[in-house]
Design a protein around this ligand. Sequence first.
Ligand code: ATP
Ligand code: MG
Ligand code: MG
Ligand code: MG
Length: 439
Amino acid sequence: MRLSRYFLPILRETPKEAEIVSHRLMLRAGLIRQESAGIYAWLPLGLRVLNKINAIIREEQTRAGAVEVLMPTIQSADLWRESGRYDAYGKEMLRITDRHDREMLFGPTNEEMITEIVRGYVRSYKDLPLNLFHIQWKFRDEVRPRFGVMRSREFLMKDAYSFDLDPVAGRHSYNKMFVAYLRTFARMGLTAIPMVAETGPIGGNLSHEFIILAHTGESEVFCHKDFLTFAPPPADIDFENPAALEEVVGKWTSLYAATSEMHDEAAYNAVPDEAKMAARGIEVGHIFFFGTKYSEPMRAVVNGPDGKEITLSMGSYGIGPSRLVAALIEANHDDNGIIWPEQVAPFHVGVADLKQGDPATGKVCAELVQQLENAGLDVLHDDRDDRPGAKFATLDLIGLPWQVVVGPKGLADGVVEVKRRRDGARELLAPADAVARIV
Ligand code: ATP
Ligand code: MG
Ligand code: MG
Ligand code: MG
């Protein structure tokens, strides 16, 4: 991608309204733009990161056996009256009336709608288990939208919903998502700790929040420090083997970890002092098992082997991809800007031409871009006519993992400069070696 043809609106000034570093950097690096309170447009660079996060989530959901669908953002109030949540949900729900005076709402979550879909088609015990997920915009009229996309009113959510014949099978489905979540966050370079959590308006009594520790996090959490050393489950784990999953979940729930709402002072006191960690964290995912809370009032039933009706056991599983973009920045930045982990970086490499218009630098840049792209990498080619200092600052700010700087002085010696953003390590290499270094 040529920067001269791209849309990368960088802000020179630090926006005053942004209180935390991720919000400041997302505005400055041209990732998002606020359109109304808590409502954001995603600009090209931000959208690339969001899409990379979604791709990882999608792969891990699929690996765990969930099947993708796409439900609408607008739902009917009547559906929510069936579960009894229409009135109970309160002011966070954005209620809408259409031209025929029908009551609608912008979905804050989809338990009712997915239950309606499944009851419409699934008739037999043979069709289960089933887990359906989508990645769709949600709206919650948060009292205090803040910190940019960390707590916005419109936000993206991956939400999955499992349907099983009984609570034991339902627990296996819950464990599948638990394990998939550990892998999902680890693949983004994040350590998310599963913590015993409150279930709130979703319901049920088994629930874990996946929390990333960060001093700007809005949750107060208490946990055993050894979680930070646990290795995530491998890609080839057998999701159809309940015992294998129980082992992983058992390990990841063997030590104390709870959010403040569920904090048990006595249990926490049993943690050795040197292992105690009272910290702040960001909720990036939340899984629930609530059995028949929706299937019972909404009559989602199937015929069992003996012809008798069985009410489905359900769970739901949320991840916030848009919040994750901000959480990733909270975990990966320095004074100069963002430092994207390779897996979610908008581009892997930035190639900067220090003397735009010079045939020699231009030729080498074009060759480098071609070779890096042939190797499957996303490359941003800074071909604008700008001062070298401004180019360096932009590349640092937008946080691409690798920078290749091509200037006439270096080329006279046959070299370009390769800089790794994370630690600032620089090397002078021949162009072919530069490609080999990065690929
Ligand atoms: P919070 O405690 O932060 O208000 P929640 O518990 O209300 O979140 P859930 O209903 O568990 O959220 O939704 C699943 C996921 O959706 C959350 O774990 C989070 O990643 C994301 N999410 C929820 N609310 C927001 C929001 N206002 N802005 C961005 N992401 C959100
Ligand atoms: Mg909330
Ligand atoms: Mg919460
Ligand atoms: Mg939650």
